[in-house]
Design a protein around this ligand. Structure first.
Ligand code: KG4
Ligand code: ZN
Length: 343
């Protein structure tokens, strides 16, 4: 089935054409630059940019796939979670197109899209798998015993890990989005320069907490700024920024890997997935790969282009769900907060 997928849950406007769940004919992702000067995504600006960009992006996806709109056999869009205004644009477009052309329509959970993203590149990818889903909005440990079934094993009790990267980056004056900036700065720093705390949750818990780590970084940054007599617009010296970025990253990634290791012991599973925007982090990719090697389990992490938000993963989820017989009424609407998995 040739299916058009659309993703507009946050600040990426994306369209993709897949021919079956494992064959990407085209994938177009446009990251909005409207938000850079605000240090975070402004929901109303995101919705307006999606409105402006979506039609040309869909056109590009069709052109790059070398097919016409008439060749499209199904449509899928992200139903949520995400920003309501942003979701409405892509979801309304997709549902309207499906209705007008009498095509099957799939409403896909954004988190399921991330969990399934290895299917786009890894021929051997299949359940059962244990997934660490790490993004700007989510930090979850999920087990999938079979296709389209999920068990939630653990979740963050406060900030998402991507959110922690973004906030620490602002604190360090490294800008937004913070993940890539910290990753780059950390490469030149010493990970053991500052012994930041790892959250201690109840023994056996597979939950995460990142707000204590963020506060610990803030305390050090404010103290050092005071000691150096820095004014509001002035940054710490680059070497100190790098040490703080590397030490924060080591603590955050260490916490993720410790939980993943614990989850593998509690729920032995032959395959591990690390997915979501933070799966682009170089320390996390290397650490998770080493952990999986040591534990003797297969490791799946999407290439960078499928770590962040993209419509190809949504299209894959849509095809799998349609093939499994799922159908959505024309009255289906976006859902800003899906709550927790299972879906
Ligand atoms: O999946 P995603 O694109 O959007 C959400 O669904 O949230 O994830 C975005 C998050 C942001 O917090 C961004 O800072 C983080 O992924 N991120 C990274 C890296 N690249 C993106 N975090 C750490 N290291 C990176 N290299
Ligand atoms: Zn996402």
């Amino acid at each position: 089935m040739k299916l058009l997928g659309i993703e507009t849950s946050c600040d990426e406007t994306s369209a993709a054409i897949l021919d079956g769940p494992r064959t990407v004919l085209s994938s177009v992702v446009s990251s909005q630059v409207e938000h850079l000067e605000y240090g975070g995504v402004v929901p109303e600006l995101a919705a307006r940019a999606h409105l402006r960009l979506l039609r040309p992006i869909v056109r590009m996806a069709l052109d790059q796939a070398g097919i016409a709109l008439d060749d499209v056999e199904g449509v899928a869009a992200t139903q949520g979670p995400g920003l309501m205004g942003a979701l409405l644009v892509g979801f309304g477009f997709a549902r309207g197109l499906a209705w007008a052309r009498n095509l099957p329509f799939a409403a896909v959970n954004h988190l399921e899209g991330h969990l399934l993203s290895p299917i786009l590149t890894d021929a051997g990818f299949e359940p059962p798998f244990l997934a660490l889903l790490v993004s700007g909005g989510h930090t979850e440990l999920v087990r999938s015993p079979e296709w389209l079934r999920y068990e939630m094993l653990g979740s963050t009790v406060d900030d998402a890990v991507g959110e922690a990267f973004d906030k620490v980056s602002i604190l360090l004056g490294l800008g937004y989005p913070g993940g890539p900036a910290i990753d780059r700065a950390a490469a030149a720093g010493r990970a053991d320069a500052w012994p930041f705390p790892r959250a201690r949750l109840a023994p056996g818990s597979l939950d995460f907490s990142f707000s204590g780590l963020k506060t610990a970084v803030r305390t050090v940054v404010e103290r050092r700024r005071g000691e150096l007599g820095l004014g509001p617009g002035e940054r710490l010296p680059a070497a100190e920024q790098a040490d703080l970025a590397a030490s924060f990253q080591a603590a955050a990634v260490g916490a993720l890997l410790a939980r993943l290791d614990q989850a593998l012991t509690a729920h032995p599973t032959p395959r591990v997935v690390v997915a979501g925007g933070v799966a682009a982090n170089s320390a996390l990719r290397e650490g998770a790969r080493a952990l999986c090697e040591r534990r003797g389990v297969a490791f799946h992490v999407p290439p960078l282009r499928y770590c962040g938000d993209n419509a190809a993963m949504i299209a894959a989820g849509g095809i799998l769900r349609l093939e499994a017989g799922h159908r959505w009424p024309l009255s289906a609407t976006p859902v800003a907060d899906f709550g927790r998995l299972p879906l």
